[in-house]
Design a protein around this ligand. Sequence first.
Ligand code: AP5
Length: 216
Amino acid sequence: MRLVLVGPPGSGKGTQARLLHERLGLPVFGTGDMIRDAIRRGMALGKQAEPYIAKGLLVPDQLVNELVADLFRGPHPPDQFVFDGYPRTLDQARWFDQFLAARRLPLSAAIQFAICDDEVVRRLSGRRVSPTTGAVYHVTDRPPKVPGVCDLDGTPLVQREDDREEVIRERLRGFHQNTDKLAAYYGDKGLLKVVPAVGPIDSIYLKMANQLTGRA
Ligand code: AP5
């Protein structure tokens, strides 16, 4: 299975990608996580990307494509995968198609999670993450057992810099300008699966799984 998750910010791409990993064993690559990691480690790419992330803007295509290409350079390149948040522009999608075609690894599906902007703002402004375990919480929908600390190791939870409302709105603007177009692109190729992204996390997973197995 080779999937790309192209829903808007806060639509649950990361949450559903983790379930695909836990339940189907698929390797997951989140370009947002990879970029934040490059920033934390002080890498050159991280330094170039940081100002874009802070403002809620998309990082230039060339930098992100380079990060993705790196994943396939090692001795054991993945032949199955879930990309969370990549591609996000038509140019990234076209580049990735060519890249995969050269490796005879065609995509199985592109999943778009459908959600309205107000729900995105509500979800992201309440999101809290653990800087050590990467676990994701929500202050009301998915609170940790003890407020403000990670269930797994007790680390204080943090709010992502780009989860402030004005930055969330900018990310949504970028999504509608760029990533929205991917639905038509993948639709024309017969790869698009639209999954309603509101409701219990498990029932969204089930809808996605049914679409992937042709049972929807
Ligand atoms: P990235 O980290 O990918 O952020 P994003 O796409 O904006 O998505 P999020 O991680 O915010 O949300 P999500 O859809 O994964 O939702 P989640 O599962 O966490 O990218 C960050 C930045 O990096 C971008 O702005 C850009 O600058 C740059 N970047 C990354 N990739 C790029 C690319 N390809 N090209 C250019 N630039 C790139 O859920 C969100 C919250 O909702 C959580 O609190 C969760 O618990 C909760 N939740 C999840 N599901 C449900 C549900 N069903 N009901 C209620 N709450 C739920």
